[in-house]
Write a protein that binds this ligand. Structure first.
Ligand code: ATP
Ligand code: ZN
Length: 680
């Protein structure tokens, strides 16, 4: 039998305060969490939803250092931006807190201290990289070097962002400090570890046996972590930004950000209500963590082990993590600015909050990674929101205005077809509820939209605009039903599109009905005067979408240019004019070109140097076809010592440059010049 819960505690992953919120965050975490919470509230359940900014950790200190400001200034900036843009999108958290708050420092500190006092940690000294110049231990992120897997020479000590490999600093080739650039040394340091291995049995029983109903992506990831065997995890770091480890002799050490961040859910609840313990310490509270897939291990393995070790708190009942949303085929990335930023969207698409909410829910990466494209955004707006929902609501309201001066007509006798349509609307409630309660938000949204689809079909099939000429009494019933369906639409879409739900109610000139009335056909009484119809959604034109695509193209170009700039080779050692004079470079023409047999790369070129005709063997067959070379004027270093290649004597070198993609380009005189002209 399903467990009965008296109240709900909904948490949403704390966004990291080193950048604004993007559509990936929204589709992965915040849209589903908001739908779930709004739904529970509509059903009259006792629910609170907590969130806040995650403000500690190394990336924030790196960003602060780069910008020459303090970490506090960084988090103040992004906390304010994130909070405001969440409000703009209608996120209905009961509290949006932050982990740099006093409550949080106290709560996290006390949490650590209890585990420390009860001997739940192990203390270990280990050798870690230390920057002698900057006199600081280096967090993994602060060590850069060459990735052993792909050769990227800007890999971090914890991860290579080029190939995505997880690394440890010891694997890096040629490691150096990101702080001072110096070569770090190893030094001894002491840290506290949570021995996760001691919680393995508890976790196996709790998740693998007890929560088989969890989403398969979540369950699967937990199983693979548990099957791989758990290791003790350090819960402290050598860093000066964070919550100090509350233990004597721990100067210069702070709680690891992943130890303090989930405790942020507890401190946010404390800041919200003096009654916080009822939510966190009663077995009949249902706690649900909304997160993206990269947070599964922290919310299903690490945090539950912390909660278990502490002993006073409940465990999550479900962790419906989503997979990832990509953007136009590429991974969303804050550092590469490859994202659609919520605060920019709100500015560029005023009044279209629900369009984004709709598209991100309809396309949410619930079971696999998904792609956001602007074309799909446009199509869903035009073909679904405008053509189905907006069109139906508009027709029902406009016809009522036209035929009855805005007064709701009475419902007369029902036909079988009326009854069938009414039954279809009534059936939506159970399906919608089941889908939301089982975290299938895409399906739930389809259910809600189905009401408008049924309504549209009802109007198309009953054709009141035709019938009005022959049987006006029948049209009264048709429009009464259409208006009742419109009112139902407002109830059903509210968790997903709260702005539009409110607009419909305003147009109907009614107050909220309450979730329990979903499916009813007596929501608006006959004789009630509805308000002025207005368009619920408007078509989005191609030029609007093109502007967004252009913006992304500009980002891509800027990223590529930055990449090229970073890879420019440093200037070589200074030479004297005499050194340069020794090179004899001449304008020459390629007379003939052919592939060297049994080689992939070599071409044999016959060249007119103006001095003579000679042969040069050049490794460019993968870059040029023989045909495109014949007749080209090029620059040739003619006095390079001859060299034999595959039995052919090569007499000189053709000058070329390599572009950013590695393709070779011929160097040519700007205008045709006589062969033998001296370059210098
Ligand atoms: N592209 C995405 N699709 C789905 N969920 C995402 C995506 N990016 C981040 N999330 C989720 O959003 C939540 C908040 O993310 P967080 O602030 O930690 O940023 P992040 O994972 O570092 O992202 P980014 O590197 O893009 O800033 C996390 O639960 C994370 O799993
Ligand atoms: Zn790599």
């Amino acid at each position: 039998m399903a467990k009965e819960f008296k109240r709900y505690l909904v948490t949403s992953a704390l966004p990291y305060a080193n950048g604004p919120v993007h559509i990936g965050h929204l589709a992965g975490v915040y849209i589903p969490s908001d739908i779930y919470t709004r739904y529970l509230r509509l059903r009259g359940r006792d629910v609170i939803s907590v969130c806040g900014s995650d403000e500690h950790g190394v990336p924030i200190t790196i960003k602060a250092r780069k910008e020459g400001v303090t970490p506090q200034q960084i988090v103040d900036r992004y906390h304010a931006l994130i909070k405001k843009s969440f409000e703009g999108l209608g996120m209905s958290f009961d509290i949006y807190s932050r982990t740099s708050s006093k409550t949080h420092a106290e709560t996290a500190s006390a949490f650590f201290r209890k585990l420390y006092d009860e001997g739940k940690f192990i203390e270990k000294t280990s050798m870690q990289y230390y920057d002698e110049e900057a006199q600081t231990f280096l967090a993994d992120r602060y060590i850069v070097g060459t990735c052993p897997k792909c050769g990227n020479d800007r890999a971090y000590g914890d991860q290579c962002e080029k190939c995505g490999s997880t690394l440890s600093p010891d694997e890096l080739i040629d490691p150096h400090s990101a702080v001072s650039g110096s070569v770090p040394v190893k030094r001894e340091t002491k840290h506290w570890y949570l021995p996760l291995d001691r919680y393995e049995e508890f976790l196996r029983e709790w998740i693998l046996d007890g929560h088989k109903e969890w989403k398969t992506n979540v369950y699967g990831q937990c199983k693979s972590w548990l099957d791989g065997g758990l290791q003790p995890r350090a819960v402290s770091r050598d860093l000066d930004w964070g919550i100090p480890v509350p233990v004597e002799g721990a100067e210069g050490k702070v709680l690891y950000v992943w130890f303090d961040a989930p405790i942020g859910y507890i401190s946010a609840t404390k800041d919200l209500t003096p009654d916080w313990e009822r939510y966190w310490k009663s077995e009949d509270t249902k706690m649900v963590h909304f997160i993206g897939k990269d947070n599964i291990v922290f919310h299903c393995i690490v945090f539950p082990s912390m909660l278990k070790a502490h002993g006073d708190y409940i465990l999550p009942e479900n962790v419906p993590a989503n997979e990832f949303l990509n953007l136009e085929g590429d991974k969303i990335s804050t550092s590469r600015n490859w994202a659609v930023w919520l605060h920019e969207y709100l500015e560029e698409f005023p009044g279209k909050e629900d369009v984004l909410r709709y598209v991100l829910c309809a396309n949410a990466p619930e079971t696999k990674d998904n792609d956001f494209t602007w074309k799909d955004f446009q199509a869903r707006n035009n073909n679904e929101l405008v053509a189905v929902l907006g069109n139906f609501v508009n027709r029902a309201l406009v016809l009522t205005q036209k035929y009855y001066g805005g007064k709701v007509p009475a419902c007369g006798e029902l036909t079988d077809y009326d009854r069938q349509s009414i039954a279809e609307v009534a059936a939506v409630k159970a399906s919608l509820e089941g889908n939301i309660e089982n975290y299938r938000f895409r399906e739930a949204l389809k259910d809600a939209m189905n009401i408008a689809r049924i309504g549209n079909k009802y109007l198309a099939d009953t054709e009141p605009w035709k019938v009005v000429k022959t049987d006006p009494a029948r049209v009264e019933t048709i429009l009464n039903i259409a208006l009742q369906i419109t009112a139902n639409t407002a109830i059903a879409i509210e968790p997903f599109m709260p702005f539009s739900a409110e607009k419909i109610l305003r147009m109907l000139a009614v107050g909220k009905f309450g979730w329990e009335r979903l499916g009813a056909m007596d929501l608006i009484p006959a004789g009630h005067a509805i308000g002025e119809p207005a368009l619920l959604f408007e078509k989005i034109e191609d030029d609007v979408i093109q502007r967004q695509l252009d913006k992304l193209a500009a980002t891509k170009a800027a990223n590529e240019a930055a990449e090229v700039a970073q890879n420019i080779e440093p200037q070589k050692d200074t030479i004297q004019f005499d050194d340069f004079q020794k090179m004899d470079i001449r304008v020459s023409t390629i007379l003939a070109a052919e592939k060297v047999a049994k080689t992939k790369k070599l071409l044999k070129l016959t060249i007119d140097t103006g001095i003579d005709k000679r042969e040069i063997v050049s490794g460019i067959a993968e870059h040029f076809t023989p045909e495109e070379l014949v007749g080209q004027q090029v620059l040739v270093l003619v006095n390079l010592a001859p060299r034999e290649l595959k039995g052919i004597l090569s007499n000189g070198m053709i000058l070329m440059a390599e572009d950013a993609s590695g393709k070779l380009r011929l160097l040519q005189p700007g205008e045709a010049t006589h062969n033998g002209a001296v370059v210098g």
